[in-house]
Design a protein around this ligand. Structure first.
Ligand code: SF4
Length: 242
């Protein structure tokens, strides 16, 4: 049977940070329906491949299967990331194949496709869910209509189905003040989030693309103190993009 798989733009063959319990390989899909204000990687957003991508660089179904076969015993999990994986067809087939090889599965998502997540919920062992901001800022920030309502549905789906997940917010003082992050933490706690991470945006080398400021030492300490009381697990990370 011909497998329909998502369009992959690349693979990180070995990662210690993209799945919570073990080594993983991360498959990146191409294309994202959001336009986050801080996203300076337009390659990730665009669904089209550049015409100069060589046939041998394309990751088709045969290459995926060969990879799954060769990596058995070396990694624990297969993670699908993006872009936005759920904007693509074939994610369920991809995860089903990964499971048939005995891998655990992870999904990184912005959460704007809850109706696509529901039918494949049993195929996902862990989810990294972006919570980009407070609800009232979502549409402006992502340029995607009703985006918070959709993310909220995804959040509720994960909680109702007892899926192991991490909510994470990539931000900087340009987008959320420390006070607003605290407000967001309380909101997420009320929804039932147990694992949360702040990923503080770091400026790329080319400062013309983006130049983010940073939270003060006092603000970070206060937020960490608050988060440690609200969540079972909390991490403060430095993040280039998500
Ligand atoms: S930051 Fe991530 S979710 Fe936002 S537009 Fe860029 S690729 Fe999409």
């Amino acid at each position: 049977m011909v497998q329909t798989f998502p369009q992959f733009a690349g693979v990180n063959t070995f990662s210690t940070t993209d799945f919570p319990s073990g080594m993983s390989a991360v498959f990146f899909t191409k294309g994202c329906p959001l336009r986050c204000q801080w996203c300076f990687n337009h390659e990730l957003q665009d669904f089209r491949f550049s015409e100069d991508l060589l046939p041998e660089d394309r990751i088709d179904a045969d290459k995926v299967e060969e990879f799954f076969h060769n990596r058995k015993g070396l990694i624990d999990a297969i993670v699908i990331s993006g872009g936005e994986p759920l904007a693509q067809a074939g994610v369920a087939q991809f995860l089903t194949l990964a499971k048939s090889y005995g891998y655990q599965t992870g999904l990184h998502t912005s959460g704007v496709h809850p109706h696509k997540l529901v039918p494949m919920i049993d195929l996902v062992d862990w989810v990294g869910l972006d919570i980009k901001s407070l609800p009232q800022y979502y549409d402006d920030l992502t340029h995607f209509k009703n985006s918070w309502k959709l993310v909220e549905q995804t959040l509720k789906t994960l909680i109702l189905n007892h899926i192991h997940f991490e909510a994470r917010t990539s931000t900087s003082p340009e987008f959320l003040s420390a006070l607003e992050i605290e407000e967001l933490m309380y909101l997420l706690k009320d929804y039932g989030v147990k694992n949360y991470a702040i990923q503080e945006l770091q400026s790329p080398e080319d400062k013309e693309l983006a130049n983010f400021s940073h939270y003060s030492h006092e603000e970070k300490s206060h937020l960490k103190f608050t988060a440690d009381r609200l969540f079972q697990k909390f991490e403060w990370r430095e993040s280039v993009l998500n």
